[in-house]
Design a protein around this ligand. Structure first.
Ligand code: ATP
Length: 243
């Protein structure tokens, strides 16, 4: 039992949740390592949603709302940490939700699907086919899901797959705390924020944006602006770390 007044309460809770989901086979062991990298960057960013991340979140909402066929790609970590938030974002944005795994087994896809459904997510189903320009299991996705989507939200994606989606002409929105990752640098838009802060913020914005603001946001700064802003934030935090 983690005491609620522990200074690292949220972080410890997330670790406990991921560890228990790893024991159940929902989260991969590699997913635990990826979470650690995310935590390190969250420390550097100050464990809060920065102003530029907030703008990226509103822009992400505008992109999802204006998409013809938006899909949210969900992996084990995302399902473990944010299944209910995915359900809320799905109903605010009318996006499809597809389970798409780097370390893919049909058993894990099944377990993650059940977890998402128990939180109220409508999960796309069907037979995954090798439709992405990647080798082996990483090429697999649903023809009626990610393959046909014009915009894909990929929380916690790996760089190769992000690149593959962009090369297929899709608008890719990444959520990634590491502004230096290949994912962050290749996505159309990167939200440099922690997943469980970013998703509710994007959902909230979906309910607030009117068409005029949506159009303005779609013309908002390009991805490199958001990455530079995150790096500036980190630099500032480091400079003042021992003040
Ligand atoms: P790339 O292949 O894009 O260079 P990578 O090898 O770092 O990136 P992964 O190991 O798949 O990619 O890690 C996933 C990314 O997700 C990491 O960059 C990490 O910072 C980020 N991340 C992990 N947990 C969270 C979280 N809870 N919220 C936001 N980002 C996270």
């Amino acid at each position: 039992m983690i005491p609620a007044d522990h200074p690292r309460y949220r972080s410890l809770l997330a670790r406990e949740r991921l560890a228990s989901c790893a024991r159940e086979g929902v989260v991969s062991l590699e997913g635990l390592a990826a979470h650690g990298r995310g935590e390190a960057f969250d420390y550097l960013i100050g464990e809060r949603t920065t102003e530029s991340a907030l703008l990226a979140e509103r822009t992400a909402a505008a992109m999802l709302l204006s998409a013809r066929s938006p899909v949210i790609s969900v992996n084990g970590n995302t399902a473990a940490l944010a299944a209910a938030s995915i359900a809320e974002l799905q109903s605010a944005s009318r996006a499809g939700v597809e389970v798409n795994l780097f370390h893919r087994t049909e058993e894990r896809v099944e377990k993650i699907t059940r977890l998402l459904e128990s939180a109220g997510v409508e999960v796309l189903s069907g037979r995954a086919e090798p439709l992405l320009p990647l080798s082996h299991a990483r090429a697999l996705c649903l023809r009626e899901g990610i393959f046909s989507a014009d915009s894909v939200l990929v929380p916690l994606e790996d760089g190769d797959r992000c690149q593959a989606l962009v090369s297929m002409g899709k608008r890719v929105i990444a959520i990634d705390l590491n502004p230096l990752s290949r994912t962050a640098r290749t996505a159309t838009l990167t939200v440099v924020d922690e997943l469980t802060r970013a998703l509710p913020s994007i959902t909230g914005a979906c309910g607030e944006i009117d068409p005029e603001e949506g159009e303005r946001l779609m013309r908002s700064p390009d991805n490199s602006y958001f990455l530079r802003a995150a790096l500036d934030e980190i630099r500032g935090n480091l400079e003042h770390a021992l003040d």
